[in-house]
Write a protein that binds this ligand. Structure first.
Ligand code: SF4
Length: 369
């Protein structure tokens, strides 16, 4: 392989990627055909939804969200609860809060049009370096750096850089002379990353970049993926029933993960050791009821979820909560964790009868974040 200067090589890469994208791009609900400008609102929503997850997972959520909020104005005017309802199941609910706040900021500050400047985009709630770059390049085909993990990985491999070192890749993108539409280049790289240049097992033989890729040409090895053990926490959730209704509370305002979503009352979320110490002080019938747990995975930790079922008595410990009938549950922004817990509890019998707690032994402390 000839040794080319980074900028000559970059020019070749731009052309190869865009040529391939024009022919083989994957049609997606937020995309238009190559070379055309996109609806910036659609690009923005799709990029926020795609954080931490895959195109396949997001598509149906995106379509439903857009049916409900087809324009930025409609999103800004919606209630927070409505936005969270349409976001349920996607997780990372902070993103939905930020999206909603930023839509209102755009209405107030820019008359409903997303600003065409990365600095102004980054001043909106929840929009960081990458999202601003993606919106600038994909929506308006403007030169920008949009460096997500896929783009980093592919470019590091093509140039033979250490995949941990993003500085060189960023510099190349900053210095790029854009001879092709930038949005098509980034979207082409995203498709190539998804189809061929996978993290653990790149499919180099089929990849359109293999002739210019140092990783492939020099037979470099994929670094071993280090699986990090997630931290663990434990909590017990209480399914309080009154006839056909279940008592639900909303995630506390200062919480980050489940803010505004409807969840079930619970103990504090403690380390496993602390939780077992607390649990050992509970009445025997409750210890017996909570012998088993299931795991729910969040981005940075894994929660061991214990479930107890009770009659209505203990709902009085919460001031902010609602009794929610079965039918109404489908209309609330119920977190997927709450849904799982209710499913588990549907298989349990109500063992925790009224009045069986001694004073001071109630495990209910507060609504979790
Ligand atoms: S040739 Fe292999 S390593 Fe290089 S970009 Fe293509 S899939 Fe990735």
């Amino acid at each position: 392989m000839h040794t080319l200067s980074p900028m000559t090589k970059q020019n070749t890469l731009l052309k190869k990627v865009v040529k391939w994208y024009k022919e083989f791009y994957t049609p997606l609900p937020w995309r238009v055909s190559p070379g055309n400008a996109h609806d910036p609102y659609k690009v923005w929503v799709s990029e926020v939804m795609l954080q931490q997850t895959t195109v396949a997972f997001v598509q149906d959520y995106y379509v439903r969200f857009m049916e409900r909020f087809p324009t930025l104005q409609e999103l800004a005017l919606a209630s927070r609860e409505d936005v969270l309802y349409m976001w349920r199941g996607l997780g990372y609910y902070r993103r939905a809060h930020n999206l909603h706040m930023a839509a209102q900021e755009v209405m107030e500050q820019y008359g409903g049009e997303l600003p065409r400047c990365a600095r102004d985009l980054k001043a909106l709630s929840g929009i960081g370096e990458y999202t601003a770059g993606a919106v600038m390049s994909i929506a308006w085909q403007k030169p920008a750096v949009a460096l997500d993990t896929n783009v980093k990985r592919i470019m590091a491999r093509v140039y033979g850089y250490d995949s941990e070192n993003v500085r060189d890749v960023k510099q190349i993108l900053e210095e790029t002379q854009w001879s092709v539409p930038p949005g098509d280049f980034y979207q082409g790289l995203m498709d190539i990353g998804r189809l061929f240049c996978k993290k653990a097992q790149p499919d180099c033989d089929l990849c359109p970049l293999k002739e210019m890729c140092v990783f492939f040409q020099e037979g470099m090895d994929v670094p071993k993926v280090v699986i990090q053990n997630r931290k663990e926490k434990s909590a017990c959730f209480f399914v309080l029933r009154k006839e056909e209704s279940i008592f639900l509370v909303q995630g506390v305002p200062e919480g980050k993960m489940l803010q505004g979503m409807y969840i079930l009352p619970s103990t504090e979320w403690l380390s496993n050791k602390q939780f077992q110490a607390v649990r050992s002080a509970w009445p025997v019938f409750l210890q017996e009821q909570t012998q088993h747990s299931f795991k729910h995975v969040f981005s940075h930790f894994c929660l061991n979820v214990y479930v107890a079922q009770s009659l209505e008595k203990f709902s009085g410990l919460y001031t902010k909560g609602v009794w929610c009938a079965k039918l109404d549950r489908s209309r609330l922004p119920l977190s997927s964790l709450a849904q799982k817990i209710i499913e588990v509890s549907d298989q349990m019998t109500v063992l925790c009868a009224k009045g069986q707690f001694q004073n001071g032994l109630s495990p209910l402390k507060r609504a979790p974040a």
